[in-house]
Design a protein around this ligand. Structure first.
Ligand code: LMR
Length: 330
């Protein structure tokens, strides 16, 4: 049995850790199918050559195509990375329409030919709303199977908490990123722990947590774009690996991970019918459940409302792509 990975987009640095067996383990063969466009096809051939030359022992098949129906056929994991990237000074909202069209098409294709159990990880921004568009265009695939990548934000939050507390990052657990993968996202320091102790008992500086820490995580992606002139690449690749691994291995006792998932039936009072990052646990079968016993205080509730409002506004702005009438952008 091979895991069939469907990969759209030319950020090929994301492919190599997947081909190396870092995600599905040392005994799981992998078939990689890569989707490009006419313009990118030659470069895609180069990527396939590099994959072949790497002699990855688990990589049993590499194929490339510009036909999404061919590439998506029977896909078990679909990583949707290809989207117009955000450059310096471009707000994410401006990408909604351009990229939304891509994800509507990809949703339709998945619906037509992918495995009925395909798990879809949307990385291209604005990833929450792109994931919503995608799942709305794939009514025959459970909405629960669609994820927007917020693991990079979780990793960024863990790093900042570890630096502040002077511990190694593996001592930081229970970090939730709530909401949108944008500057309204909410890195949750209320439920997070360091060495098993609530963060607020370790870092006794509420002003730092509410302001500096929160902003640093929220704006990290944008700051990186300004400095480097392109969006994050290596850390995104690592976080994709982390996100998939969290779904295919049992979550350590008492911990959880963040993922942008469909809100219907959520226990936190968050508006239904959007894709919102929330705390999840998995027993390793590719599925997840939401963590119920988290504390939500007034500060956190206020921040959740803000990121929820942004996602509801994004949803109104792509109504033409989700089959819900005319778009209305605030
Ligand atoms: C990131 O968080 O680094 C990227 O998603 C930034 C972006 O908006 O492209």
């Amino acid at each position: 049995m091979k895991v069939k990975l469907w990969f759209s987009g030319m950020k090929f640095e994301h492919i190599f850790p997947l081909a190396s067996g870092e995600v599905f383990g040392p005994n799981q063969p992998i078939a990689l199918k890569l989707l490009g466009s006419e313009r990118s096809f030659q470069a895609l051939e180069g990527v396939a050559m590099e994959l072949e030359d790497s002699l990855f022992p688990l990589l049993r098949e590499v194929s490339i195509s510009i036909d999404p129906y061919e590439v998506f056929q029977d896909a078990e994991w679909a990583l949707l990375i290809g989207a117009k990237p955000r450059g310096p000074g471009i707000e994410r909202a401006a990408l909604l329409d351009i990229n939304g069209q891509i994800f509507a098409e990809q949703g339709k294709t998945l619906n037509a030919v992918a495995s009925r159990n395909v798990k879809v990880i949307v990385v291209g921004n604005p990833c929450n709303t792109n994931a919503l568009i995608c799942l709305k265009n794939a009514p025959n695939i459970p909405a629960k199977n669609f994820h927007a990548l917020t693991r990079l934000d979780e990793n960024r939050a863990k790093c900042q908490l570890a630096l502040k507390a002077g511990v190694f990052y593996d001592k930081v657990s229970n970090v939730t990123i709530w909401g949108n993968h944008s500057t309204t996202q909410v890195p949750d320091f209320l439920n997070a722990r360091i060495n098993g102790i609530p963060v607020k008992e370790v870092i006794k500086d509420n002003k730092y947590l509410q302001e500096e820490f929160t902003e640093k995580v929220q704006k990290r992606g944008g700051v990186l774009i300004k400095k480097w002139g392109r969006s994050s690449a290596a850390s995104t690749a690592v976080s994709i690996v982390d996100a998939i691994r969290s779904l295919v291995t049992p979550t350590p006792e008492g911990d959880w991970f963040s993922s942008g998932v469909y809100t219907n039936g959520n226990p936190y009072g968050i508006a239904e019918d959007i894709v919102f990052s929330m705390p999840c646990r998995s027993n390793g079968d590719g599925d997840y459940e939401l963590v119920k016993d988290v504390i939500i205080d007034d500060f956190l509730r206020g921040r959740l409302k803000k990121t929820e409002a942004e996602l509801l506004a994004e949803k109104r702005c792509v109504a033409h792509l989700t089959g819900e009438g005319n778009a209305f952008c605030d």
